[in-house]
Design a protein around this ligand. Structure first.
Ligand SMILES: [Zn+2]
Length: 400
């Protein structure tokens, strides 16, 4: 798809968002603050111009995680990761808890950090999640002799885990009215087929009570967000309102091609929501519970390679040099601005999300990327072919 084309679609979506939101007001809890609106460009830009997220610190965390060694479930590096996160975020005022689940021969440990740390059941809750486990085998490595080795996992998924860690540093100073839960989930990437993926997030969702589900306004997932050549794709399934809001936030930050950013510059082509990709990822379990969910994910890591998420994905090439502070900064800024503008909060419990149902669910092992237009073209060509066969068959029948 050409740049011009995606820009036109992006602009179309933007216009659609504006029409959709109308005068949407995002009042804060307590009613003391004036209602504000996401499409009030000046108000959004006031916040966009004063963000604190530091991509360089997040990048340091990526290197640190990779240096720990493979963070496979139950391993020493996995325990070291959690210990360090807990010590740091506790010193920044967060409350941490762990959930342990047995899945087959794996002991999974989900790690949660909550802010404010004192319980207030009236607060709306936003969950931001990333998996922190790294894959036990580089089964897509070009070199066959590497395929039994564990991946370094710089982008998949130290990147998302690092963005959460940096968010933990800055969130206490944002004075948010919502309760934020940072959820480092385990056992996302240890499967051999689609049913063995996203196990930690699945276990978490299975154990939510109805009351807990009701408090959650959004589940925001970050996966493979550090690629130096960052492109965020439109991942299905996902909540359409959250997707629309991500485009608004990205436009303000100069991440949508053809839009005007708060800094007055033309947007770059980072948010590519014209490209739809079906992905089985951690967010599907919250989504299945009707919790508004979104997966911020770059589905092309390295060169595009059919049936995969790119040539570096699940290989020994997934190293820190492929990840950049700038990309981590962009994703962190999207989330920070989203929190500051209450883009992940709903006035009323969101109605069941309208999602375009994927024709087939695709796991990380069987990833297929296609733009909507390519799918349509294929569908049209197949239909035409069947039509032609039908006409020929009919002709033959008539002739005989
Ligand atoms: Zn993976």
């Amino acid at each position: 798809m050409t740049r011009a084309h995606s820009s036109a679609i992006g602009l179309g979506l933007m216009l659609f968002c504006t029409a959709l939101f109308g005068p949407l007001s995002l009042a804060q809890d307590g009613g003391a603050t004036q209602p504000q609106s996401l499409e009030d460009a000046e108000w959004v830009c006031d916040r966009a111009n004063n963000l604190q997220f530091n991509g360089s610190l997040a990048n340091e965390s990526v290197q640190w995680q990779v240096d720990l060694g493979p963070r496979t479930p139950g391993s020493e590096p996995s325990a070291e990761f959690r210990q360090s996160i807990k010590e740091n975020v506790t010193s920044w005022g967060w409350n941490t808890t762990e959930q342990i689940h047995q899945r087959g021969d794996m002991t999974l440990t989900n790690l949660f950090a909550t802010y404010p740390s004192h319980d207030n059941l009236k607060r709306k809750q936003i969950i931001i999640s990333a998996h922190y486990d790294s894959r036990y085998m580089a089964d897509h490595d070009a070199n066959e002799s590497n395929r039994d080795l564990p991946v370094p996992g710089a982008n998949d998924a130290a990147s998302g885990a690092a963005v959460l860690f940096e968010l933990a540093r800055i969130i206490p100073s944002l004075n948010l009215s919502e309760e934020i839960v940072l959820f480092w989930n385990d056992g996302e990437d240890q499967g051999n087929d689609s049913i063995d993926y996203t196990l930690g997030a699945e276990a978490w969702a299975e154990n939510l009570t109805a009351e807990q589900q009701e408090r959650i306004h959004a589940f925001v997932l970050l996966d493979m967000v550090g690629d130096a050549d960052l492109q965020l794709h439109n991942v299905n399934p996902g909540n359409q309102t959250l997707k629309d809001r991500i485009i608004l936030l990205g436009s303000a930050l100069g991440l949508v091609n053809g839009s005007n950013a708060c800094n007055g510059l033309n947007g770059t082509d980072v948010i590519q929501y014209n490209k739809q990709v079906s992905v089985i990822d951690d967010h599907i379990h919250a989504h299945a519970l009707n919790i508004p969910s979104i997966d911020l994910m770059d589905t092309r890591y390295g060169e595009a390679k059919f049936g995969t998420f790119g040539t570096y994905w699940h290989t020994l090439e997934d190293t820190p040099d492929k990840v950049s502070a700038s990309s981590l900064n962009r994703v962190g800024q999207i989330v920070e601005l989203g929190l500051l503008t209450q883009a992940f909060t709903f006035e009323e419990p969101d109605e069941p999300s309208i999602v375009s149902q994927p024709e087939q669910q695709i796991s990380e092992t069987e990833a297929t990327t296609s733009s909507g237009n390519t799918s349509f073209a294929l569908f049209a060509m197949t239909s035409l072919a069947f039509l032609a066969i039908g006409v020929i068959a009919l002709e033959r029948q008539l002739k005989s």
